[in-house]
Ligand binder design. Structure first.
Ligand SMILES: C[S@@+](CC[C@H](N)C(=O)[O-])C[C@H]1O[C@@H](n2cnc3c(N)ncnc32)[C@H](O)[C@@H]1O
Length: 364
């Protein structure tokens, strides 16, 4: 609520000072209130603001507007309400709509931010702020979120900040320990205890999670062995800064599986379909992935995953159904002159968020 109204009248809107009263036009009143004409008409119909007549003009007293802005009804009209039928999240209609856009811009803290120092140690974290948007759209407060590739705990951090509970599974003890430390240092002492951090192989750990116990799965898997084949410049930069260039040396690390078909098979059958089993019906899974190059081949990883997952049968029942592919734009990344001046070699500066829903079989 804006209690410190600063009014400007340089836009030809009516301003009349009458016994120290400031009277404004309906258009200016709507601007001050930041509400639509439709809602402004409701305010008038409900008698919450009454016009003052100046000859034939209808004007509104700024003091009345300010008083009205302190009421719950104003809050409701300006910010909307949560529909009582909304079982999915705690968003009002106004907050819901922008989240359905098929793209968004990546938003991080920036490498030098004090709270980015743990995140920066990991070779491929995602932004907890971006994931916060997904968590807030696909769950209500207190609901259960699962990330089978926990890394340095970005999903857990997003959950803690937004009042959700996270189960985060990470193979490497290094990232596992850092994810706990990250919550303790960046969010607050004792906060890591509210979440379930598991250090292990998701292929073994997921089967221990009960069927239909999770409200939302959000994760970013290893992109096959792409870190091992990464651009030399990017790699050199990390090495120069004493930062890891791969997740681990473990053969259980999906980033170390040599054969692409075998990698997709494990990722789909042992990880994503197991995650889907743990999901409740009608709930969602969001997978953050990017396409990549392997030597001269362009690998459309996101479409390979869609091909395998859309309408795939889930162990113990149900299917996954694709609902959308949100594009996460990474417009801040530096352009590298890969093919110049001979060929088109793309600077891949976007990721996909594949959004799938668990449905009963046969539902059209
Ligand atoms: C793309 S990163 C995830 C980063 C995470 N979203 C974050 O923001 O920190 C993938 C992670 O999966 C982990 N990983 C690889 N194979 C795994 C497995 N079999 N089980 C559990 N985690 C695994 C890697 O160690 C790596 O930290």
């Amino acid at each position: 609520m804006n209690n410190q109204l600063e009014l400007s009248f340089d836009d030809n809107e009516t301003k009349i000072e009458n016994n120290d009263e400031i009277l404004v036009s309906a258009a200016k009143a709507m601007k001050i209130l930041e509400i639509s004409r439709h809602n402004f008409e409701k305010v008038i119909q409900e008698g919450l603001l009454s016009p003052v007549y100046d000859e034939k003009k209808k004007l509104y007293n700024v003091d009345d507007i300010k008083k009205f802005m302190k009421t719950d009804r104003y809050d409701e009209l300006a910010n909307g309400t949560v529909d009582p039928r909304n079982n999915l999240n705690d968003l009002t209609g106004k907050d819901w709509l922008p989240e359905t856009k098929s793209f968004f811009y990546q938003k991080g803290l920036g490498a030098n931010h004090p709270e980015a120092q743990i995140e920066k140690l990991h070779p491929a974290p995602y932004s907890f702020q971006d994931i916060g948007h997904l968590v807030n759209f696909f769950t209500k407060r207190g609901m259960m979120v699962l990330d089978p590739f926990g890394g340095v705990g970005s999903t857990a951090k997003a959950c803690e900040i937004n009042g959700r509970k996270c189960t985060s599974i990470e193979l490497s003890p290094v990232w596992h320990e850092l994810s706990i430390k990250r919550l303790e240092e960046e969010v607050g002492q004792g906060t890591s205890e509210k979440h379930n951090f598991i250090n292990g192989d998701s292929c073994d750990e997921l089967i221990k999670i009960p069927t239909e116990s999770i409200d939302f799965v959000v994760t970013s898997p290893p992109y096959w062995g792409i870190l091992n084949k990464q651009d030399q410049k990017v790699k050199k930069n990390r090495v120069a800064n004493n930062l890891e260039t791969k997740y681990s040396e473990s053969e259980k690390d999906l980033g170390n599986v040599e054969n692409y078909d075998q990698f997709i098979d494990i990722l789909v059958n042992k990880i994503f379909l197991q995650c889907a089993r743990t999901l409740k019906y009608g709930k969602y899974m969001a997978i953050v992935v990017s396409d990549f190059r392997d030597k001269s081949d362009y690998i459309s990883f996101h479409s390979d995953l869609i091909h395998e997952l859309n309408k795939a049968e889930i162990p113990e029942g149900g299917i996954l159904k694709l609902q959308g592919t949100k594009i996460l734009l990474q417009n801040h990344k530096s352009l590298l002159p890969y093919g110049y001046p001979f060929a088109y070699v793309e600077n891949i500066h976007h990721q996909y968020v594949l959004i799938l829903k668990k449905e009963k079989q046969g539902k059209k």
